[in-house]
Design a protein around this ligand. Sequence first.
Ligand SMILES: [Cu+2]
Length: 223
Amino acid sequence: MPSLAALPTRARAAAAALPLPTKLATTLPTTLVIALAITLTAAGPAAAVPVSVRVLGPQDAPLADAVVAIEVAGEPRTAPPGTHAEMGQRQRRFMPSVLAVQAGTAVAFPNFDTVRHHVYSFSPIKPFEIKLYAGTPAAPVVFDKPGTAVLGCNIHDTMAAFIHVVATPHFAKTDATGQASLDVPAGSHRLLVWHPGLGADAAPQAQAVRLPGPPVTVKLALP
Ligand SMILES: [Cu+2]
């Protein structure tokens, strides 16, 4: 139910004349119902604004593969059912080396190599193992808690990667120049940045961000 103030003048006058809310649905003329529906749509979540975030490390060097996330109050922390992502293995490496997903995402582990892999994680957010396999294992792994999982392979000790799980639909990874671009509703939010250099057990570095606003630069205090 919208507030009367959110309705256009004509609709407001008509709605005010009715004993709300019981008669609203049954007695409004069709045109007014349509106007009301349009108003509801327009008065939905704040329009997204683009925000650019640059992540710097020691000596202000740009940091690639940092995960930038912006938590917006009232938005779902968990991804909708069916959300999926992929952590492949090629030439005895995980691809990508850092995967960012929203909590609730099902991650597939396709093996594109001719050798078999045996992927595991001991990380508290999602301990699992997929025993010696070729091709794509039948069941993906659902990462339902925020945090970071370190991945390894029992067969190839040099294989390592991270899955960083965030509790917001707004996230991106920085490119080689340390830049990430997101679209986020206007307002005051919490900006979180994590990078493998912080360590898998470290909480993301957090700061407040107000949008729309100028590009944001985050200097990550790496241990
Ligand atoms: Cu392997």
